[in-house]
Design a protein around this ligand. Structure first.
Ligand code: SAM
Length: 231
């Protein structure tokens, strides 16, 4: 698992072009997947929601768009330049003014035990220095019956693996170099995805951490998965 300082450095270096690179690399699908998460979460009527590893805040904004104003939404990240991007977008969106963007580390959340109804995390878990510790912190702050939605890269079905990894190892770093000038950051993306567990294995890790029920929803030939984990 990657070192926190390295992860913070990578995201600091690409913060300004992160959204653009995301849109291009995912062929515009990233927004759709975030909306899938929001739809699932909305059905649970949470009152307090925290978007972990919020980055430039896109999932927090989708949450604000869909949930009643009475629902408290916080976006948390440990990379100030990414949070600055979120705050800059928020400044131009009066409807999103109530989102709190805070600096914090998912390894040690500055939140009381059992204080959150729902957690979301999109493309964050893979970047944790210690996944088990991160999952334990999530469990600690969730209320009993609370839910985690984790949107993350996964291992694609066997028959699409070679074209997928061809794209990931060569296409993505090349496009990222054109868009951000930082090919290295996207070499990291490819290698971190390659070593990340598939749906079943990640589900098992969530159960081992203490979640009581886990369900995984594949997207894009299972190269992406949304895990729903109940405390
Ligand atoms: C790929 S970005 C995802 C941003 C956003 N969630 C999205 O939907 O586009 C990963 C983010 O995770 C953050 N991150 C990684 N480890 C973290 C940790 N331990 N605590 C807080 N943020 C973390 C990084 O700073 C970065 O902004």
């Amino acid at each position: 698992m990657p070192e926190a300082a390295k992860v913070r450095g990578i995201f600091s270096s690409i913060a300004k072009r992160y959204d653009l690179a995301n849109r291009v690399i995912s062929c515009g699908q990233d927004t759709r997947w975030r909306r899938d998460v929001v739809r699932m979460l909305k059905a649970r009527n949470p009152a307090v929601v925290v978007d972990l590893a919020t980055g430039s805040g896109d999932l927090a904004f989708e949450l604000r768009r869909a949930l009643p104003e009475s629902v408290s939404i916080t976006g948390l990240d440990f990379c100030e330049p990414m949070l600055n991007e979120a705050r800059a977008k928020q400044a131009g969106r009066s409807w999103a003014a109530s989102i709190k963007f805070v600096r914090g580390d998912c390894m040690a959340l500055d939140m009381p035990d059992e204080s959150v109804d729902a957690l979301t995390i999109a493309w964050g878990l893979r970047n944790f220095e210690n996944r088990e510790q991160g999952l334990k912190e999530m469990l600690r702050v969730l209320k009993p019956g609370g839910v985690l939605y984790c949107l993350e890269a996964s291992q694609p079905y066997r028959w699409v693996r070679w074209p997928y990894y061809l794209y990931l190892n060569y296409g993505v770093p090349f496009m990222a170099w054109l868009l951000t000038g930082r090919k290295g950051a996207y070499d990291y993306l490819a290698s971190s995805i390659g070593s990340f567990p598939g749906r079943q294995e990640l589900g098992a890790q969530m159960l081992a951490a203490g979640f009581s029920k886990v369900r995984a929803y594949p997207r894009m030939f299972s190269s992406i998965a949304i895990h729903e984990a109940i405390k």
